[in-house]
Design a protein around this ligand. Structure first.
Ligand SMILES: NC(=O)c1ccc[n+]([C@@H]2O[C@H](COP(=O)([O-])OP(=O)(O)OC[C@H]3O[C@@H](n4cnc5c(N)ncnc54)[C@H](O)[C@@H]3O)[C@@H](O)[C@H]2O)c1
Length: 249
């Protein structure tokens, strides 16, 4: 018995990093997954996971594309029970150097994309009695950073607000919405496996003194999508090795 037996999940960004790891964990736990990405790498994810995983090309910044993604999930599997809005891009400009192009590009993927996935995820899941949304924010959405990530932080803070709004507006209709805030996770976005060793300053302020692995985040997402977390909604959960718990030394 898996904790997601019988569940259908839509996962964006599923060609890489944490969303690919989540696709793997969800299939292991008994879910069927629509693995969506803009890069083309979702095809490889689906190839590795077999019949329980269907690939879909999505650009989360396009409302038509997001609508088509949920239609494809219903077409393939009959319903949607869980939505993981993971797709994101990094941005590295301090506020005084931030161009409007960088701002628009970052907000389009990291905030508008999550808003569209939440909006149409809710619409789709209401048709079958409810479900669970897990949105990817960041510890950068909780705090500023000496690494210049101003537009990224603004987008990720917006993800926290929109997740709470979704939880409150749709709780009575059996929609749960939670946001997770990863710290330094060793994915292609952050430099890949072993990246924490190359950038010790990034994890030196954590309690665990190491980078996180995408699978560790995927396990949290599986719990939040499952009925085991049935009373958790509107929660903002750091998964950061204790970075946000530490005072600077
Ligand atoms: N890696 C970290 O340390 C870290 C920390 C905190 C938060 N995050 C967030 O976690 C999420 C996953 O990051 P990751 O580290 O796994 O990154 P990743 O780069 O490995 O994967 C991100 C995926 O999103 C996809 N994507 C980008 N733009 C898209 C679009 N317009 N439409 C559809 N897909 C698109 C990419 O193609 C890629 O496959 C992101 O939202 C990121 O901001 C990452």
């Amino acid at each position: 018995m898996g904790e997601l037996d019988g569940k259908i999940a839509v996962i964006t960004g599923a060609g890489s990093g944490m969303a690919k790891a989540a696709s793997e964990v969800f299939v292991r736990e008994g879910a069927k997954v629509l693995a969506a990405d803009v890069s083309g790498a979702q095809e490889q994810t689906a190839k590795e996971l077999g019949d329980a995983c269907v690939p879909f090309h999505v650009d989360v910044t396009s409302e038509d594309s997001v609508i088509a993604m949920f239609a494809a999930a219903v077409d393939a599997f009959g319903k949607v029970d869980a939505v993981l809005n993971v797709a994101g891009i990094a941005s590295a400009a301090a506020l005084a150097d931030l161009t409007l192009d960088d701002y628009d590009r970052t907000l389009a993927v990291d905030l508008k994309g999550v808003m569209l996935g939440t909006k149409h995820g809710i619409r789709t899941m209401l048709q079958s009695g409810g479900g669970a949304i897990v949105n990817w924010s960041s510890i950068g959405g909780l705090n500023g950073s000496r690494m210049p990530t101003s537009a990224y932080s603004m987008a990720k803070a917006g993800v926290i607000a929109l997740t709470k709004a979704a939880a409150v507006e749709y709780g009575e209709q059996c929609i749960r919405a939670n946001a997770i805030c990863p710290g330094f996770i060793e994915t292609p976005m952050s430099g890949g496996k072993g990246a924490a060793e190359r950038f010790p300053a990034l994890v030196g302020g954590s309690a665990l003194k190491r980078g996180g692995q995408p699978e560790e985040v995927a396990e949290l997402a599986s719990f939040l999508a499952s009925d085991r977390s049935s009373y958790i909604t509107g929660a903002i959960i750091p998964i950061d090795g204790g970075v946000t718990a530490c005072l600077p030394s």
